[in-house]
Design a binder for this molecule. Structure first.
Ligand code: KIV
Length: 262
C-alpha cells in the first residue's frame, strides 16, 4: 500500500481499516490481513511499556517500534507517531524527529493538535513526508484536558475542532484522526473535508477506523472503553495457555519424546 492507494480508497468510497502495531510478530500477521494501514502509535508507551500515559515515550523508542513493524509488514502503509514534545522544539529538532521515524521506515508521521504546528506541517509536507493530524481527545495533552474524556460536546468546542480540522487540511495533512468526539461532529467534519478521516470513538460516519491492537484483541480485561470492540479475549486465551504449559511442565507431560532431540 502506498499513499496513492490509500487516497484511492477514499475516492472509491471504501472504508479504511487501521490498527496500531508495535512489534515484528504482530506486524507479520497484520501484513497477511486485509488491514489497510498501520499506526505505530505512541500508545506503545501504555500498552507495551506500562506507563500511565503516552508522555514518557521518546523518539528513539518510537523509531525502534517503527523499524520492527516495517520489517514485519513490508506491504502496508505505516504511519509513525511523533511522541510528546518531539515536534514542539526548534525546526531542526522537530525535523530530526520526523527524519528519525522516516529513516526507521515509516511512510508518514502523525502529530497531535493544530496550534503551533501549522508551519511545521507545511514544512514536513514540503519535505516529502505525508502528515496525519489528530484532533479531539489528544492524549499528549491529557494534563490540559484533565483526563481522557470525550471532546467537542459543547457548541464552542465543536466549532474549534471543526476549524482546526479545516486548518490541518489547509496545512497539507493527508488524513486526520478524530478521537473521542461525538459521532455527529465527526460526520460533519468528514463531510467538510477532502482528506481522509480516521475515527476512534468517533462513530461510523468517518472514512475509516483505528483501534489499538491490544484493546481489540482483549489483552487486558480491565480496560474496555465504550468505543472498543473486542474481537478476541486474548487475556483469557493467553492465561489458559500459560496455565496449561505450567501444568504440563510440572506433570512432566512437556516436553514429550517427540519434542526432544534423541
Ligand atoms: O497512539 C495511538 O495509538 C493513537 C491512536 C489512538 C489514534 O494515537
Amino acid at each position: 500500500m502506498n499513499i496513492n492507494q490509500i487516497m484511492k480508497l477514499k475516492s472509491d468510497n471504501k472504508k479504511i481499516s487501521m490498527l496500531t502495531c508495535y512489534d515484528y510478530s504482530s506486524a507479520r500477521i497484520i501484513n497477511q490481513s486485509n488491514i489497510d494501514m498501520i499506526l505505530v502509535g505512541d500508545s506503545a508507551a501504555m500498552v507495551i511499556h506500562g506507563h500511565h500515559s503516552t508522555l514518557p515515550i521518546d523518539i528513539e523508542t518510537m523509531a525502534s517500534h517503527v523499524a520492527a513493524v516495517v520489517k514485519g509488514a513490508p506491504d502496508k502503509f505505516i504511519v509513525g507517531d511523533l511522541p510528546f514534545m518531539s515536534y514542539r522544539k526548534s525546526l531542526t529538532e522537530n525535523m530530526t524527529a520526523v527524519e528519525t521515524l522516516i529513516k526507521a521506515g515509516a511512510h508518514a508521521v502523525k502529530l497531535e493538535g493544530l496550534n503551533g504546528n501549522e508551519d511545521l506541517i507545511l514544512h514536513i509536507v514540503d519535505s516529502g513526508v505525508p502528515v496525519m493530524g489528530h484532533l479531539g481527545l489528544t492524549p499528549q495533552s491529557v494534563n490540559s484536558l484533565g483526563g481522557y474524556r470525550v471532546q467537542g460536546k459543547r457548541e464552542d468546542q465543536k466549532q474549534v475542532i471543526m476549524s482546526h480540522a479545516l486548518a490541518l487540511q489547509d496545512a497539507g495533512c493527508f488524513s486526520l484522526v478524530l478521537e473521542c468526539v461525538p459521532a455527529q461532529l465527526a460526520k460533519e467534519i468528514t463531510q467538510s473535508l477532502d482528506i481522509i478521516t480516521i475515527g476512534i470513538g468517533a462513530g461510523n460516519d468517518v472514512d475509516g477506523q483505528v483501534l489499538v491492537i491490544n484493546d481489540m484483541l482483549g489483552m487486558s480485561s480491565d480496560f474496555k472503553p465504550k468505543f472498543v470492540r473486542q474481537y478476541l479475549n486474548a487475556e483469557k486465551l493467553f492465561l489458559q495457555a500459560f496455565n496449561q504449559y505450567d501444568a504440563e511442565v510440572k506433570s512432566t507431560e512437556f516436553p514429550s519424546l517427540k519434542e526432544s532431540y534423541l
